[in-house]
Design a protein around this ligand. Sequence first.
Ligand code: ADP
Length: 489
Amino acid sequence: MEEQTTVLVVDDEKVIRDGCTLLLQPEGYLVATAASGREALDLMGAQPVNVVLCDLKMPGMGALEVLEDAGSLFPDVPIIIITGHGKVADAVECMKKGAYDFVTKPFRVDHLTLAIKRALEKQRLERETKRLQEEAARNLYTLAMEQSRMHTIVNCMADGVLVTNRNLEVVLCNPTFMQLLGLSGPLPQPGPLPAYLNEQSFLDAIGELCDKAESEPAKCLSQEICRGRVHLRAMSAPFFGPDEKMLGTVTVFHDITAFKELDAMKNEFVHMVSHELRSPMTAIKLQHEVILDGLAGEVTNKQRELLSRAQGKIQGLIELINESLDIAKIEAGYRQLELLPLQMGEVLREVVELLRVKAEDQKVTLNLSIPPDLPPVRADRRSMEEVFINLVSNAINYSPDGGAVAISGFSHGEYVEVRVADTGIGIEPEEIPKIFDKFYRVKHPRTRQIIGTGLGLALVKGIVDAHRGTVEVESQLGVGSTFRVFLPR
Ligand code: ADP
């Protein structure tokens, strides 16, 4: 319910007080009256009053004195002076002293209510202005507190933080960043990014992140930066203003040197063990072949069946060892890549020929479609064969009878894309980030009987990364999967 407005009428003449009451009450105002200035001030101290109508001349305390006292005690209550015709000059004098308006006797009800309404509006505006001023002061204080808190958090973080504006000038970095990058001394802020970090691959990638930020706002960047023996993982993301315009980027640098050292030790260990296992395994396989070929005497059917099964297992182990060795070599950077202009059409035709029998056995059709003008890529032939043997084998393995695998090539400016699409069992969205991990195999009743090592896609990713390319997957459960390999020309 709206609060009623109280008008205080101050006049020594009872007839004016009663007259005002009679005029204002039907207009919805609560009317309080006082016969003197003193009584008016006491009443204002005792109850809320919104506006005062005050007679100019009263015995004892006149309007000027009331204005003076009320002005300091109740500064936001507007006072309207009631005056006779001949006293307008005195009323104007009162306005100079702070009265809001004056009305002359005898007054009409519309004049009186108009003056009261205007006074109340002025009071409302003054109160609103005051409230906004107080709010602005509070906001400034909160902002200052927030800034100081943010500053403390960023400065105390164990990870490095680097913030740029949209022109890729550094506007903030914390002490950990300076320490991780081995920087000292004050650097300009805002200052050019290469003055802080001149890793060309990082500069290129963050430039691309900025260019595409507004069309792909959720895109983040994860890169490894190697500085001597220090390895850093840099995670960059764009940030946006309220109008969804990109304002800049934030990169967090995490020191992964210890993980890298452990990983290198583990790779060395796997490499050594695999190497030691490969020769005896190959020898066992050859000896089995000698027996199976009947060169060591007659072999019964039962013995042949058992030995053939053992051959299959040994072959699986040799593949596992070879893939482990390949991955270990790529990860340790030992594998020599012979980067020469390579026609992917040729490589893919060979891969399809190699896997045609396997596909026919599994009742899967293979379709190859490579445009004749597909530009060459700079790549290592043997590695590319490995990549696509793995992808096409998977596409066949994870497709049911009657499935189809399409291998196609596309040119995108600086990149060539090779797509391997199948109509197979598909991969659940939460599994997709894990399938490139070493030894990871999706646990699914339909994949249980499919033999594999869980190393194929790790190898694919390792090789593609070493070529500065990327590999992406799109998949829908029960519909199929598409692996897209992008290789630089
Ligand atoms: P594996 O030797 O098990 O095939 P990979 O590293 O090649 O190992 O693949 C990892 C896992 O990813 C597989 O176990 C399989 O679950 C899933 N996967 C790979 N390719 C496909 C595909 N084309 N369709 C469905 N699932 C696939």
